[in-house]
Write a protein that binds this ligand. Structure first.
Ligand SMILES: [Zn+2]
Length: 396
């Protein structure tokens, strides 16, 4: 492993070495079957669908400017379009993919480095894919009111002091994304009776949507409305494209310890708590080893993310879930609000949280999850949490 240090101070793992065991005579190449890209107001994401774990090496050249990634033991499926010009993006001229040599596929983004603030290359599992996020230089929001004003953005202050970014800017909430965890080929966690996390999360999400639609003027968008598979990073893409103001991902937890039960809410952060990392690893469909690699990425991201607002949103949802469930059910356990390394929250440009509404692995909680009444009360708690958060912004 070696590290490249880019001129703007971003360190990136340059060669990701992943052991791929092979039997003699076996075709070692995988087919790269898709290249996707999306441009948001704040960044462009390029996703290469590889399907199976492969080594890759991100590199760059300055003249002409390009960022490229070589994927080894790979061949390009002939149906993949080899060139694409991203629209609404003045810092990437062309995205290209080609068979560089018999065993190597190269993805290239021709860029104007003077317009780029930073970029990062990382991978996601299930199915394996390589992601390139490219962030343009900050654009001037408008003429500065005070010529002596600091150009460097000040770090957000804790929400309780009344100085968080959303409060300073008086931002209202118009669009809420509800993200039902898992779906399609990914059932999430299961219990022996056939209860599936993906069905519970969709049911609860639809109930939250119904409550919000009936009682507020908010636009409510679900990342899926049926039993389909949506890759984790696409959920963020939906949220960013819709310029959503809040992102709430709904999940049900499971632990080997069948006695563990309760409700907990998370916002994006690194964590040293093994229980948090075990939950995140399961939700990311990875091992806890990958969590170590994610730490580096997350440490960079959280500096610029809406961490204070996300924490506040998580706390309001946690508080209201426990409050509303306790009105009808005994022994509701509050496991609190914490930071955790969840892929589904990475790249969100708005306050974003993930809530584990109960444990499917705990028999009494699984029993409750089977009833409509409990799921409705869970939805009510999340709904009340969203309202409480909005009211805390003075715009509810
Ligand atoms: Zn889940």
């Amino acid at each position: 492993m070696r590290q490249i240090r880019f001129p703007w101070g971003t360190a990136l793992l340059a060669v990701i070495l992943l052991a791929v065991p092979l039997s003699p005579g076996q075709d070692s190449t995988v087919e790269v079957y898709n290249l996707r890209h999306f441009t948001h107001p704040n960044f462009t994401r390029i996703v290469v669908d590889v399907g199976t774990l492969r080594e890759y090496a991100p590199m760059e050249s300055r003249d002409p400017g390009s960022i490229y990634v070589d994927i080894f033991q790979a061949r390009l499926n002939p149906i993949v379009r080899e060139e694409a010009i991203p629209s609404k993006c003045d810092y990437i001229n062309l995205i290209r993919i080609s068979q560089k040599s018999p065993g190597t596929v190269r993805v290239t983004a021709d860029v104007d480095f003077s317009r780029i603030r930073r970029y990062q290359v990382y991978h996601v599992f299930d199915p394996f894919r390589i992601v390139i996020d490219i962030y343009p230089q900050e654009r001037e929001a408008g003429p500065s009111l005070s010529p002596t004003a600091e150009k460097t953005p000040q770090p957000p202050q804790p929400a309780k002091s009344g100085y968080s970014m959303a409060r300073q800017l008086g931002l209202g909430i118009k669009t809420v994304i509800i993200d039902p965890g898992h779906g399609g080929i990914d059932p999430g966690c299961l219990d022996p009776s056939g209860l599936k996390e993906k069905d519970l999360t969709l049911d609860i999400s639809l109930r939250v949507k119904a409550l919000l639609k009936a009682n507020t003027k908010l636009d409510v968008i679900l990342t899926r409305e049926s039993d389909i598979f949506v890759p984790l990073e696409n959920r963020t893409v939906v949220a960013n494209q819709k310029k959503a103001d809040l992102f709430v991902s709904i999940h049900v937890n499971a632990f080997p310890d069948k006695k563990r039960r309760g409700i907990e809410s998370f916002y994006l952060n690194f964590s040293s708590d093994p229980n948090v990392n075990a939950t995140a690893a399961r939700e990311n469909a990875t091992t806890t080893k990958t969590i170590g690699q994610m730490d580096k990425i997350i440490r960079k991201i959280v500096q610029n993310s809406k961490i204070i607002e996300s924490k506040e949103l998580a706390e309001q949802i946690q508080l209201n879930l426990v409050k509303y469930l306790s009105r009808q059910y005994s022994d509701i356990k509050n496991l609190g609000t914490r930071g955790g390394p969840f892929w589904t929250l990475i790249g969100c440009e708005m306050p974003s949280i993930l809530v584990e509404v109960s444990h499917i692995s705990n028999a009494p909680e699984a029993q409750r999850l089977k009833t409509e009444g409990y799921r409705q009360q869970v939805a009510r708690g999340i709904y009340e949490g969203i309202l409480a958060y909005m009211q805390s912004l003075g715009k509810g």
